[in-house]
Design a protein around this ligand. Structure first.
Ligand SMILES: C[S@@+](CC[C@H](N)C(=O)[O-])C[C@H]1O[C@@H](n2cnc3c(N)ncnc32)[C@H](O)[C@@H]1O
Length: 426
């Protein structure tokens, strides 16, 4: 998969404006190059020359397909994963003293019935993400002997939580704090009429998860592109952007398997209604012809996809993305390369470093004091402060991680990005 243009549900994905269509038939938006998605969808390569385990592009494509299949199968198999979790919950509760069980607000069987019901609804939703997508047709049937890897089951549950953050009323507060400051900086520093060739200014949001941030940029009149390398997220994006026809059309139960840190006995079976807004209704109201350049998602590893798009972007917005780098210098140089002089980089996020403590993974973990001077070589800081932020937090839960995020808005100077950085995903 390379990318897909946002299209309203009633229309076919446009290939007319695309540069290429890959084996699964997704149109690559004109604004995006054909990205090297192989790096995004196969496990990171070990060899520094990047060739280990790959003999030709056909093998790469086979590996990519295999990985995409794994992702689809994991979405289709949520019920199995959840049922085994319910089984162990049942076993754990059965270990309680029979005299204590009546203290439960609802009997164990009642509670398990409720949870099974919610799991069934989640399962239908997650299946729909795959089954509504004809491009995933070859993976609609899970092979009988297929075993879903645990890391993929975890990502399936993450998709449900990410829907709360990006597309539910309950995520509004997180979005307001985090996307809000980036969007405000965009409107302050990048006037809508000031784009190259008098077109809409072009805004890129790398690592855009379920695509709410690029959608909000497009909604405000910018030509926005989201970039994401997780097929789990991309499958969610495709549905919410291309398939939804009305707001509040679906209900999910993102917390159903989380019994810890509940305040009230029924908190885990709390329904969440999505989407809070219908992207196609907002971006393509009746009579408006969609323009793939106004909004698109591009699949692939950020550096591989964009490193040659020198000075092509008026703004880059990064939210909880900078620390996904194994080598943050490479991200900084790439962002410096792709933003035109005078363009904006606005960022909010922690320095948690996603690859920290992952066995066998390189992770260069620098402090903000060390990262900032590298950014300051190429950007003039206009705004900088620390802001508290939550991330996919259950608003009703008794536990939350509060990040003290670095927020900045910085303008690209005319110093050419220099130096070499080791690749992030090789
Ligand atoms: C912590 S999440 C943040 C998602 C979104 N920006 C938000 O604030 O909700 C980081 C996202 O970046 C994606 N990502 C990580 N490294 C990436 C890379 N090198 N290229 C593209 N996407 C990447 C992950 O798949 C994940 O969806």
């Amino acid at each position: 998969m390379d990318g897909f243009a946002f299209m309203p549900p009633s229309l076919e994905t446009s290939v007319e404006n695309s540069r290429s269509v890959n084996s699964r038939g997704y149109a690559v938006p004109k604004v995006a190059p054909a990205p090297d998605v192989n790096q995004a969808v196969v496990p990171p390569r070990k060899a520094s020359d990047g060739q280990e385990g790959h003999c030709c592009s056909r093998c790469d494509e086979e590996q990519e397909d295999a990985h995409y299949g794994e992702v689809c199968y994991s979405l289709l198999s949520y019920a199995d994963d959840a049922e085994s979790e319910l089984q162990s919950i049942s076993e754990n509760f059965s270990a309680a003293d029979p005299e204590d069980l009546p203290l439960l607000k609802h009997s164990l069987s009642e509670m398990l019935d409720q949870m099974s019901h919610c799991v069934r609804i989640n399962d239908e939703f997650l299946k729909m993400l795959v089954l509504s997508d004809c491009d995933a047709k070859q993976f609609w049937q899970v092979p009988p002997d297929h075993q879903v890897q645990e890391r993929n089951s975890v990502k399936v549950r993450t998709v449900l939580r990410q829907f709360v953050r990006d597309w539910a009323d309950e995520g509004a507060k997180e979005r307001e704090v985090q996307y809000g400051c980036l969007l405000d900086a965009l409107e302050r520093h990048v006037p809508k009429t000031g784009g190259q060739n008098s077109k809409k200014p072009r805004v890129l949001t790398p690592g855009s998860g379920l695509s709410r941030l690029p959608f909000e940029c497009a909604r405000r009149g910018y030509a926005a592109q989201g970039n994401e390398f997780s097929y789990h997220m991309l499958q969610g994006c495709k549905w919410v952007l291309n398939e939804t026809e009305a707001e509040r059309s679906h209900t999910i139960f993102p917390f159903v398997l989380n019994l810890e840190n509940r305040r009230d006995a029924l908190d885990h079976v709390r329904p969440v209604v999505i989407p809070d807004v219908c992207p196609s209704k907002i971006l393509c109201p009746p009579g408006v012809e969609p323009n793939p350049e106004d909004f698109s998602m591009c699949a692939g590893e950020f550096v591989s996809v964009y490193e040659e798009q020198i000075e092509e972007w008026d703004a880059v917005l990064t939210c909880f993305f900078l620390d996904t780098a194994k080598n943050v210098f490479l991200y900084i140089r790439t962002i410096a390369d792709i933003i035109r002089p005078g363009g904006l980089w606005a960022n909010i996020g922690p320095l948690l470093y996603h690859y920290a403590e992952q066995p066998g993974q390189i992770s260069i973990e620098l402090s903000w004091e060390e990262v900032k001077p590298e950014i300051a070589k190429y950007f003039d800081f206009k705004e900088e402060d620390f802001r508290e932020a939550l991330y996919t937090t259950n608003p009703k839960g008794m536990y939350r991680t509060r990040y003290n995020c670095i927020y900045f808005a910085a303008i690209r100077n005319d110093v050419e990005a220099e130096g070499e950085s080791n690749p992030v995903f090789e």
